[in-house]
Design a binder for this molecule. Structure first.
Ligand code: CA
Length: 230
């Protein structure tokens, strides 16, 4: 899951990026409104965290420009001002939620997850905090993986990788796509970071079970599904 943070205050921006990365998200940071708008238009983000008071182009301007070209990326406004006018204005312009500074990071994370779930619902018709494939279950709220009732400990990256594979179950995902989505890097044919991570994830998810869920499609990538072939 990829998030764009548009925030001119250095400390706040760095704090948000660090926290979100630790929570398993891929995060880009823009320091002003024009950069933020450019980024939001040029890449596919799952969510934009948008500060209101920004140099150059303010948050309202960024949101208006995004919606004007039909970009529907969910937007969570961050602002120091808590006047009701601002709130109404943001929602009228098509913001999806609103958070007043200062806020607790846990609160931000809860809002972010809730917006991402809503986005997922629109895309997939899922109305749950859980992803399930066969006896494997991912609790997106608690960041927990369970297979056949057994809790599986995953790192943040492993969780993000598994979430991606489960959301796109049955689809063969090329390594380059996984690298871009989970590590935010362009895949370099010399690096085997994806391969190593998948191997580690597979050991945690599939070892000790009759049915393997994660499979390699040689020369193509990886797929997670419950088909019982091979
Ligand atoms: Ca600001």
């Amino acid at each position: 899951m990829k998030i764009l943070v548009v925030e001119d205050e250095l400390k706040t921006g760095d704090y948000l990026r660090k926290g979100l990365v630790e929570a398993g998200f891929v995060v880009d940071l823009a320091r002003d409104g024009r950069d933020g708008l450019h980024e939001a238009l040029s890449a596919d983000y799952d969510l934009v965290l948008l500060d209101v008071m920004l140099p150059g182009l303010d948050g309202w301007g960024v949101l208006r420009a995004l919606r004007a070209v039909g970009k529907k990326t969910p937007v969570l406004f961050l602002t120091a001002r808590d006047e009701i006018d601002d709130r109404v204005r943001g929602l009228e312009l098509g913001a999806d939620d609103y958070l007043v500074k200062p806020f607790a990071f846990a609160e931000l994370l809860a809002r972010v997850r809730s917006l991402l779930r809503r986005g997922g619902q629109r895309a997939e018709g899922e109305f749950s905090d859980f992803l399930r494939v066969a006896d494997l279950e991912l609790d997106l709220r608690k960041h927990r993986a369970v297979r056949a009732g057994k809790r599986i400990d995953l790192t943040a990256k492993e969780f993000a990788l598994l979430e991606l594979l489960m959301r796109r179950r049955g689809e063969v995902l090329p390594r380059s796509l996984i690298a871009a989505q989970v590590w935010d890097m362009n895949f370099d044919s010399d690096t085997n970071v994806v391969e190593v991570a998948v191997r580690r994830l597979r050991a945690k998810i599939d070892d000790g079970f009759d049915r393997r869920l994660i499979r390699t499609r040689r020369g193509m990538g990886y797929v997670l599904d419950e088909a019982d072939d091979e």
